[in-house]
Design a protein around this ligand. Structure first.
Ligand code: FPP
Length: 251
């Protein structure tokens, strides 16, 4: 576990070995709130504030893509009030933080089944992407109403359609082509995260980026998402930098 590794780590990050794409499962908002005898949505609000903090930290460390799991295709199972609150978060987040995101030169992207979101959430996502489209810095990529099996299903359907129509040859279906058809396809060479972090002590993937994390380093930290500070983030990067990545070969 992370806390056991923490003490042994040196303090400086190698700037030449910062993961280019970091993906985060932002878990533990509800437990963070419960610990403080607050309603669950207070945890989501604190989580939203932390998105801004970690976005800046990632951008300043030289991360190229930060993908955040904000709402999964399974999160609709939550009580209506909570779902309603979560759907309002992008509206509030982009409403409040857009000037800072622009000042930070961050480009916002939103991937997932966006058509199924309430109109106001879709609009907030579209506006954020349009307002930051000219920015050339880090891509802040929200996974919103995203599920990896849903993503793979859509990609397979589209590949099948394109094969039937003659647009692609079945023999041309390889790793690269499949990557292009997934929702992360627009990220090109950065589509696969080098590092996946999950907060809150849970150690599962929960239908996130199943194809893309084939060779990602997984780091599970104990802190709830609102407590995931830039320091804990840096420590996670240090853990990544001390991993021996072999991609199935020998070092
Ligand atoms: C998981 O914690 C968290 C979520 C389902 C929502 C994550 C959303 C945010 C952090 C805010 C996103 C911000 C924007 C701008 C879209 P949980 O509620 O499952 O926590 P628990 O496991 O302790 O109950």
């Amino acid at each position: 576990m992370f806390t056991k590794n923490k003490q042994a780590l040196p303090t400086d990050i190698d700037p030449d070995n910062v993961p280019q794409h970091v993906a985060i499962i932002m878990d533990g908002n509800g437990r963070w709130a419960k610990k403080r005898l607050m309603p669950r949505v207070a945890g989501h609000k604190a989580g939203m504030e932390n998105v801004k903090v970690i976005t800046k930290a990632a951008s300043r460390m030289g991360v190229k893509v930060l993908t955040l799991y904000a709402f999964s295709t399974e999160n609709w199972k939550r009580p209506n009030d909570e779902v309603h609150y979560l759907m309002q978060l992008p509206v509030d987040f982009f409403g409040a933080f857009m000037p800072e995101l622009i000042a930070e030169n961050v480009q916002v992207q939103v991937m997932g089944n966006l058509e199924a979101l309430p109109a106001k959430t879709q609009q907030a996502a579209r506006d954020a992407m349009a307002d930051t489209a000219q920015n050339t810095g880090m891509i802040l990529n929200f996974a919103l109403n995203y599920g990896s099996r849903d993503e793979i299903q859509q990609a397979v359907q589209q590949i099948a359609k394109d094969a039937v129509s003659g647009k692609i040859e079945p023999e041309s279906i390889d790793d690269d082509l499949i990557s292009q058809y997934l929702m992360t396809g627009f990220l090109g060479q950065y589509a696969d995260p080098e590092l996946l972090i999950r907060t809150s002590g849970e150690e599962r993937i929960s239908n996130f980026l199943l194809w893309q994390i084939a060779y990602s380093e997984l780091v599970f930290v104990d802190e709830f998402w609102p407590d995931f500070t830039p320091t804990v983030f840096e420590q996670s990067i240090l853990i990544y930098q001390h991993r021996n990545r072999r991609f199935g070969g020998l070092k």
